[in-house]
Design a binder for this molecule. Structure first.
Ligand SMILES: Nc1ncnc2c1ncn2[C@@H]1O[C@H](COP(=O)(O)OP(=O)(O)O)[C@@H](O)[C@H]1O
Ligand SMILES: [Mg+2]
Length: 244
């Protein structure tokens, strides 16, 4: 049975979509069958981060409504085991048929090892859509104290939803700032009160890869790409040390 992973933050622009795409691509590179679902209805952009903006993609609503089968989801042009469903453009999250969405995910568990749900910003319907059925949550945050505090607030909402398997991913970490602030990985864990799954450095390749319509891991193997590959290995249960 596949694992459902919600990529959330509450705050916008923390890097949910970039981290989701890179971790999913890494797992597909390792040979895992992966399904990525864009839950950012209205502002979808997971296709760009995956390097699939030129690929015609079904939306999750096309599958939920029964018009298409899950296995018709768009196939990644580089990472064969990765498939993708985009978000419907004209359907507010409040109007999504949750029961049909849950049934589609139950079906997806049978065909894929990992199913990623990329959440929109905010703590409203889209957040709940991506979190509700998830077995594991990746909470993506920046490294400054305010961002980490926001993440612990989102974790409180998740706790109220009964979600206990919540792990923090600190994105856009600037090593120089870290040493200037005398910040350590242990400090971040203390501040957040959520176990840490990974640190992803600030890396201009994230922006460049999107500009070139390529997946980050195709653009480079270093920096943020390497960090996301380490997160992918941890999701597989490997004992990768947390470092930048
Ligand atoms: N590690 C990183 N280094 C540099 N830029 C990043 C990094 N992660 C994300 N970005 C950039 O930050 C912006 C927001 O990222 P995105 O993944 O869309 O965030 P979210 O999905 O949380 O709104 C994008 O322009 C993206 O290219
Ligand atoms: Mg996003």
């Amino acid at each position: 049975m596949g694992e459902l992973i919600g990529v959330l933050s509450g705050k916008g622009g923390t890097g949910k979509t970039s981290v989701c795409a890179a971790v999913a691509s890494a797992l597909a590179q390792f040979g895992e069958r992966v399904l990525c679902i864009d839950c950012d209805v209205g502002l979808r952009n997971l296709d760009i981060a995956l390097g699939m903006s030129d690929v015609a993609a079904l939306s999750f609503d096309d599958v939920c409504s029964g018009s298409y089968s899950l296995l018709q989801a768009a196939k990644h042009p580089i990472y064969a085991p990765l498939q993708f469903l985009t978000a419907p453009m004209n359907c507010p999250p409040e109007q999504i048929d949750i029961e049909a969405f849950g049934q589609m995910l139950a079906q997806a568990r049978k065909h894929f090892s990992y199913i990623f749900l990329d959440a929109p910003a905010g703590l409203e319907a889209g957040f709940h859509l991506a979190a509700r059925f998830a077995d594991r949550i990746l909470l993506v945050t920046g490294s400054d104290p305010a961002a980490i505090r926001d993440a612990s607030r989102a974790a409180e909402v998740l706790e109220l939803m009964g979600k206990t398997n919540v792990r923090l991913v600190v994105n856009r970490v600037n090593e120089k700032m870290f040493s200037k602030m005398k910040l350590t990985v242990d400090d971040i864990m203390d501040q957040a009160g959520i176990p840490l799954l990974g640190l992803v450095p600030e890396d201009h390749n994230v922006v460049l890869a999107a500009a070139f319509k390529k997946p980050l891991l195709f653009q480079t193997r270093k920096g943020a790409a390497a960090a996301c590959s380490r997160i992918a290995k941890r999701l597989q249960g490997m004992n990768e040390k947390i470092r930048l």
